[in-house]
Design a protein around this ligand. Structure first.
Ligand SMILES: C[S@@+](CC[C@H](N)C(=O)[O-])C[C@H]1O[C@@H](n2cnc3c(N)ncnc32)[C@H](O)[C@@H]1O
Length: 264
């Protein structure tokens, strides 16, 4: 699994920019803010969704398992509450929140069903629960593939969720995940957005150890790392638009359900 504490700075500069594109859809899914509404953003990372929720009027709490992520979140979103919390064993009391969101976090836990069960447990009866996960292969895969091929870097085994605990990245798979976690499934939709990022920012994913390229970069020796960087610079220079940014099309699944009406 990714060492998120070590990844935080590089993640903030790279994939946090990509993930931010899903925040409006997640917050739209959970609907209008009830009076005094409390929202929990699990696996908040650098706090993007919790910050956006607070801007919409939610009393937002962001929780994450990595202190380094929380340090960035607290710096960037002052006035939002951030706390250490494992999605698989949240520190919050039962029936605490009026809405729960998780942006690309449930899929990063070792046991996504247990994660959904925790979201249900801390949600008030009937509260909306929405989370995202990746669907179609990222448009960045060809770029990382080129970096790996041109540098000759060796692939490394990818850490995956144990097969018996994993879920299908499909509409049916996510509806089943909601139901298996004890939520009332409502719908699963595919969302799309485009994000723009400077090549230097996206490259930060490699030393941070995230994305396809991260674990390979981290396992490589110094000369291979240099070759990867050279290959990346060459590829990125060919892909940037006139504004010197990479424009990347992204898509994800958004799963939406509700906590059961009777208290959990
Ligand atoms: C891909 S990042 C997404 C961060 C953020 N939601 C965003 O949209 O940028 C995944 C986050 O989930 C957190 N995470 C992974 N497993 C976790 C767990 N079991 N408990 C709490 N946080 C976890 C990581 O620390 C990381 O911040």
């Amino acid at each position: 699994m990714i060492d998120w504490n070590r990844a935080a700075d590089g993640y903030a500069r790279s994939f946090a920019v990509m993930c931010a594109g899903a925040a409006p859809a997640l917050l739209d899914a959970v609907g209008p803010v009830p009076a005094g509404g409390r929202l929990l953003d699990v696996g908040t990372g650098t706090g993007t969704v919790a910050g956006a929720a607070a801007a919409r009027g939610w009393a937002a709490t962001g929780s994450d398992g990595a202190e380094s992520m929380l340090a960035i979140a607290r710096r960037e979103h002052q006035g939002v509450e951030f706390e250490l919390g494992d999605v698989l064993a949240l520190p919050n009391a039962d029936d605490s929140f009026d809405a729960i969101v998780g942006n690309f976090s449930v899929n990063h836990t070792a046991d996504p069903r247990r994660a959904v069960a925790e979201l249900v447990r801390v949600a008030k009866p009937g509260a909306p629960i929405a989370f995202t996960t990746w669907g179609r292969p990222s448009a960045l895969v060809p770029l990382w593939q080129r970096v790996i091929d041109e540098s000759g870097a060796a692939r490394v085994p990818v850490d995956r969720i144990l097969a018996e605990l994993d879920f299908q990245r499909s509409e049916a798979g996510l509806l089943a995940l909601l139901a298996d976690g004890g939520a009332e499934p409502v719908e699963v939709v595919e969302i799309e957005w485009e994000f723009a990022i400077a090549p230097e920012g996206l490259w930060a994913a490699a030393p941070a150890g995230v994305a396809v390229v991260g674990p390979i970069y981290r396992a490589a020796d110094e000369s291979t790392r240099a070759a990867m960087r050279t290959a990346y610079d060459r590829a990125a220079s060919e892909l940037v638009a006139e504004d010197d940014l990479l424009h990347v099309a992204s898509s994800a699944w958004l799963a939406f359900g509700r906590a059961p009406r009777t208290a959990s």
